[in-house]
Structure formats: structure tokens, C-alpha cells
Design a protein around this ligand. Structure first.
Ligand SMILES: [Zn+2]
Length: 145
């Protein structure tokens, strides 16, 4: 079993979709061989990447909690018949599984919404007035000392 943190900045395809690449994903990998000699990999990914809202372009936190189970197919092994594979599992090339970061990135990309949005965006005018007043607020706070 392997546990590590993966920086969002280590995942370039994912980073393109994020409002910020600051942050980490907690990843846990576990591999085993079953009674029939099949190899399996279980991948748990948790984190809270920040996507860009498609309406207001502000950051939207997207809590991730992914568990995926993959059957590893080695060279010369038969690929499972699609009809026989249970829906919870995907089969992948064992050599591809070695590229763990890319595998993690694939799973996260699949889990992300296509068009992330705030349930309720802050209105742009509220943002503008907040920005406009902040230097004065800072000044007022400064004067108190
Ligand atoms: Zn928004």
C-alpha cells in the first residue's frame, strides 16, 4: 500500500482547469492479486481543488472523494469480456498503471464537473465595491493603532 500527497501543480492537464494549483490531493494506492490470479489496483483520491466558476470566473471549491478499482492486464493476458466485467471496475494496461500520476489525473478529470458553477454567484457589483473600499478600510484600520 502506498500513501502520498500529490500537488495539484504536478498534474498539468488538471492544472489547466483549476483556478489555482495551490493545494494537494491525498492519494492512497493498494494493489493485490485475487484467488484467480487477477491483479487489482484500488485508488483512493481525496482533496478539494478549486475550479473556475463558468458564470463569474470566481473560485469554486470542489470536494473530491474518488475510489476506483482497476483490473491490471499484464502483457499476454486476456482482456476481460466487457459483459463480464462488473460495473465497479475498469480494466487497464498494467504498464499504464505504472504511470501513477497520469492515472490519478485521469480519475480526477473524470470526476470533475464539465461546467463548474457556484450555486449562487456573488454579484459582480458586490465584488467591485468590496475591492473599491478595501484600501480605505485598510487605512481606517491603520489609523486606529
Ligand atoms: Zn460564480
Amino acid at each position: 500500500m502506498l500513501e502520498r500527497s500529490v500537488g495539484l501543480s504536478e498534474l498539468p492537464r488538471l492544472a489547466d482547469l483549476l483556478a489555482t494549483t495551490a493545494g494537494l490531493l491525498a492519494v492512497r494506492l493498494e494493489g493485490w492479486r485475487d484467488d484467480e490470479g487477477k491483479s487489482w489496483l484500488q485508488l483512493d483520491i481525496a482533496g478539494e481543488p478549486v475550479l473556475s466558476c463558468q458564470r463569474c470566473l470566481g473560485g469554486v471549491k470542489f470536494p473530491l472523494s474518488i475510489r476506483s478499482r482497476l483490473q491490471l492486464i499484464g502483457p499476454g493476458e486476456d482482456w476481460p469480456d466487457d459483459d463480464l466485467v462488473d460495473d465497479e471496475a475498469d480494466a487497464i494496461d498494467a504498464e499504464k498503471a505504472l504511470a501513477v500520476l497520469s492515472l490519478i489525473e485521469d480519475e480526477v478529470l473524470l470526476a470533475l464537473p464539465i461546467a463548474p458553477r457556484h450555486e449562487q454567484c456573488e454579484s459582480p457589483s458586490a465584488n467591485a465595491s468590496e475591492l473599491g473600499s478595501s484600501p480605505f478600510a485598510a487605512l481606517a484600520a491603520f489609523k486606529k493603532h
